[in-house]
Ligand binder design. Structure first.
Ligand code: AVJ
Length: 323
């Protein structure tokens, strides 16, 4: 049952991606960056508090333990550029340790997140110049002209790189090298490959925030696209794909059902899934090899004693190419 033809030019990216993802012939999927609406951000803040979600607290432990070392590579008068800065909580660890930072450039798609962070940082670091950039780091972007000539260090924490396949990650790291330019550094957080017994519960915590976070996307489609999803007709499943070295999160249809989105109907068989997210896991050596292929030179790396998480320092020694 399809209503009058949809004018895709009038639809926003969320609508286009949902219709395309649910219409996929083999595996239904919806890009995971659509998980981060205002409610999604709130739920993610709840996830990082869960005992099973070791990533954030482990990374914070590494940043706190090695902050002086990490910022030692940032000469006075540097600019710190953060990709997908969100709340900028972790950034405070580096901002506390760095000497005479010229400016902090948080980049995020959420204007409210940027405004909130700017407000908090202004109180916490009165002299700090904050130049927010409302932009999607997955797409080419330009740094503000007044900081583009300063020594630049990028910051990409949280293992958000894990949401990108190795090929996508190489492209993203390559575009970050272009944005930051020759001679720049990138500090990046990467979750390490380990027993699925540790990794899978991080995406399926006992309190259920992981499940609510993923299901929120169906509620969002109902809210914003007038869809008629019954979130309770799906169960949340996190699994480890040992061929791809990634955690996969799926919504599994409990029964045969039909959902309608913008006049389009999408049938689900019992057990059929919507592939909602990937979190690729890496070894230190494997990730360093990937960064070389993306044009970066791996320099120092810091991990926690249990080897759960890693923070890498990459240096851009490639000549700048015009994008
Ligand atoms: C913010 C992308 C790093 O993949 O671990 C957490 C997002 N999804 N629980 C991750 C997430 C479900 C998280 N990243």
């Amino acid at each position: 049952m399809s209503a009058e033809p949809l004018d895709f030019n009038k639809l926003d990216a969320f609508a286009v991606d949902v219709l395309a993802g649910l219409g996929a012939p083999k595996q239904k999927s919806i890009p995971c960056h659509h998980l981060y609406d205002a409610r999604g951000n709130e739920l993610f803040e709840a996830i990082i508090e869960q005992p099973e979600y070791y990533l954030s607290r482990t990374e914070i432990g590494i940043l706190e333990a090695h902050a002086a070392d990490i910022v030692a590579g940032m000469p006075p008068g540097s600019v710190l550029v953060e990709f997908g800065s969100g709340s900028s909580w972790k950034t405070e660890i580096l901002l506390d340790a760095v000497v005479r930072l010229a400016a902090y450039v948080p980049i995020d798609v959420s204007a409210s997140a940027l405004a909130g962070a700017r407000h908090r940082l202004a109180a916490r670091f009165p002299g700090l110049r904050v130049e927010p950039l409302l932009s999607d780091f997955r797409h080419p972007l330009q740094l503000p002209a007044e900081v583009a000539t300063l020594p630049r260090t990028g910051f990409f924490p949280g293992s958000t790189i894990g949401n990108f396949s190795p090929d996508e990650a190489k492209k993203l790291l390559g575009s970050m090298a272009n944005v930051l330019g020759t001679g720049s550094r990138l500090i990046i957080g990467v979750d390490l490959l380990k027993s699925p017994k540790i990794m899978v519960p991080a995406y399926d915590d006992a309190a259920g925030f992981g499940a609510i976070f993923i299901r929120n996307l169906l509620m969002r489609a109902n809210r914003e696209l007038g869809a008629d999803f019954d979130p309770d007709a799906f169960y949340h499943e996190a699994r480890f794909n040992e061929v791809e070295n990634r955690i996969e999160v799926h919504l599994v249809s409990k029964r045969a059902q039909i959902a309608h989105v913008l006049g389009r109907s999408f049938a689900f068989q019992p057990g059929e899934t919507i592939h909602m997210q990937n979190s690729y896991k890496h070894t230190v050596k494997g990730f360093q090899a990937l960064t070389r292929e993306a044009g970066w030179t791996p320099h120092r790396v810091w991990t926690d004693n249990a080897g759960l998480f890693s923070v890498h320092e990459l240096i851009n020694r490639t000549p700048k190419t015009t994008v």
